[in-house]
Each structure stands twice: as C-alpha cells, then as structure tokens.
Design a protein around this ligand. Structure first.
Ligand code: HEC
Ligand code: HEC
Length: 257
C-alpha cells in the first residue's frame, strides 16, 4: 500500500512531543509505584486462529452484552486466553462494552471497527502498519454487504436483509440497514443484524491478523476515486489541507465545485 503521508505527519510528532513535555512537568510528583506490574509489554504475539472457529462465539458474545465491540474482542481474546492463558487473559475484555452502538449509543464509529483498531494495537508493533491496517478494515467495512453469518443457534431466527454500510459510522450503517430491511433501529431484529455482522468482522479481522503476522498481508482496499480526488486538494500536505479523514467522502458530501 502506498502511504501518502510521511510517518511524522501521520503521527503528528510535533504536537505529541509538546504534550509529553507539558504532561511530564505536571506528573513530576506523581507516584508511579502504583502502576500495575502485570501488563505484558506490547506487542503481544499473535497466534493463528482459524476464522471459522470464532464466528459463533463472536455472535453469542455480542448478544450477551448487546455489545458489538465486546463481541469481537471477547471472541478473539477469549479464544487466545482459553488456549494460551497469559498475557491474553490479562486483558479486561469487559472494558470494551463502551464501544456498543458507536460508543455508548452515540452512533459514532461502529464498535467492530473500534475493536479492530484495539486488537491491531495489541499485536502490531509498527505504527505505520497499525494505521494502514485500521484503514484497511474501515474501508472493507464501508463497502461490504453484510451480514453474511448464519448463526448455529440464532437468537432471532429470521431472514436478515443485507446492506452496504457506506460508512464506518454506526448511525449510517444502522440506518442504511433499517431502510434496506424495513425494520426499526434498536429492535431485536436490528441487534440480530449487528450481532451477525460482529461474526463477519471477527472473521475478517482474524484473517487479516493471520496474514499480517505471517508476513503475507496484501493491502487491497483504497478510497474510491471521488474521495481521492477531494483529498488531492483538501488532504494533508495538499493545496487546501483542511481535511484529515480516511473515510469515504460521498455519503456526506456531493462535489460542491
Ligand atoms: C482542485 C482542488 C480541489 C478539489 C479536487 C476539491 N476541492 Fe473542495 N475546495 C477547494 C478550494 C480551493 C476550496 C475553497 C474555495 C471554495 O469555496 O471554492 C474548496 C472548498 C470546499 C468546500 C467548502 C465549500 C463551501 O461551500 O464553503 C467543501 C465542502 C469542499 N470543498 C468539498 C470538496 C469535495 C467533497 C471534493 C471532492 C468531490 C472537493 N472539495 C474537491 C479545492 C478543491
Ligand atoms: C460523516 C460525514 C462526513 C464525511 C464522511 C466527510 N465529511 Fe467533510 N464535512 C462534514 C461536515 C458535517 C462538515 C461541516 C459542514 C460543512 O461544511 O459541510 C464537513 C466539512 C468539510 C469541508 C469544508 C471545510 C471548510 O473549511 O468549510 C470539506 C472540504 C470536507 N468536509 C471534505 C471532506 C472530504 C474530502 C471527505 C472525505 C475524505 C469528507 N469531508 C468526509 C461531514 C463529513
């Protein structure tokens, strides 16, 4: 994958360093002895998982908390924890429930994409790769027709209409699905759709992690031509440089020029 930004630009190195300097002086007197000694340093080593093995667990876990971020994290980290123990069992998976409904029901980023970023962060050392992987998952999610998964033990045993999210935002994804299916949002049918989608994203994520850590990752996704054209002026480093976004632009913008 060709990255447009330099590492410095992506990481916003200047401002991060500035914050660290301020933070450093504020924290000088803080007592760091209370920091937990148990958290193993990152990255943790990824162990190959057969994607088919975790689908039902992802779906069922998502139902457990009506938690899309939780479902993805529980299925993957829970599977590794069951097989290998530490460090995988040291991660507080319950801390991912907040991601439901695009962060506590706000309708912002889909919890499955939030989960993908978190898991990449646990297993990927190189920060440029980390960001590229986040982008890969988000662009895949925007375009995929989902859900595909047919649960072994469905909670709501109905035909679920598929839809293309068009956006990584929970609001847009859910509303597009509501329109495609005729169901209302925040109903059991909507949760059934989202929890099946959790299984699909878990499969995609595990597939990507398997490939990446085996050294044979091929980045396939890219922004559509409409969005690339916008960014050729509005993107970082270009003439306007007033837009920092890797989301597809056209769900929200027409070409105003
Ligand atoms: C050739 C460079 C160029 C490209 C390509 C471009 N823009 Fe712009 N855009 C500008 C400039 C310059 C301005 C500010 C001047 C203006 O308002 O026309 C602007 C302004 C805007 C504004 C603010 C307009 C307003 O009404 O205040 C929006 C929104 C915008 N662009 C969206 C887009 C989108 C979406 C695309 C892709 C479809 C795009 N632009 C492609 C150069 C570009
Ligand atoms: C989720 C919706 C959403 C997406 C996706 C999105 N934008 Fe926007 N964008 C907005 C909103 C809302 C504003 C602020 C109101 C406005 O100016 O339209 C905005 C503002 C802008 C502006 C105007 C900036 C100014 O100075 O007035 C530009 C240019 C722009 N977006 C370009 C893009 C480009 C390029 C992309 C894709 C890489 C993109 N946007 C993706 C919602 C979105």
């Amino acid at each position: 994958m060709k990255m447009k930004l330099s590492r410095r630009e992506i990481l916003g190195v200047g401002s991060v360093a500035g914050c660290a300097a301020i933070g450093g002086s504020i924290l000088k007197g803080a007592n760091f002895a209370t920091a937990s000694p148990s958290a193993a340093a990152l990255p943790w080593s990824w162990k190959k998982i057969d994607p088919a093995e975790i689908q039902e667990r992802a779906y069922q876990s998502a139902w457990e908390k009506i938690g899309c971020m939780y479902g993805v994290c529980e299925a993957i980290l829970g599977t590794l924890a069951d097989r290998y123990g530490a460090p995988y069992n040291t991660f507080p998976v319950d801390a991912t429930v907040y991601g439901s409904g695009g962060i506590g029901g706000i309708g912002a980023v889909c919890g499955t994409i939030n989960a993908s970023g978190l898991l990449f962060n646990l297993f990927v050392k190189d920060q440029n790769d980390l960001f590229a992987l986040c982008s890969e998952m988000s662009l895949w999610y925007e375009k995929a027709s989902l859900p595909n998964y047919k649960p072994k033990k469905p909670k709501v045993d109905i035909q679920i209409a598929k839809s293309v999210a068009g956006s990584n935002l929970c609001h847009v994804s859910s509303t597009n699905w509501a329109n495609a299916s005729g169901y209302k949002v925040m109903t059991n049918e909507h949760f059934e759709r989202c929890n099946r989608l959790v299984a699909d994203v878990a499969v995609q994520l595990v597939t990507v992690l398997n490939q990446y850590t085996a050294g044979n990752m091929t980045f396939k996704e890219k922004l559509n031509d409409f969005s690339l054209q916008c960014l050729s002026c509005h993107g970082p480093g270009n003439s306007e440089a007033n837009v920092a976004a890797g989301m597809t632009c056209n769900p929200c913008h027409e070409n105003p020029h």
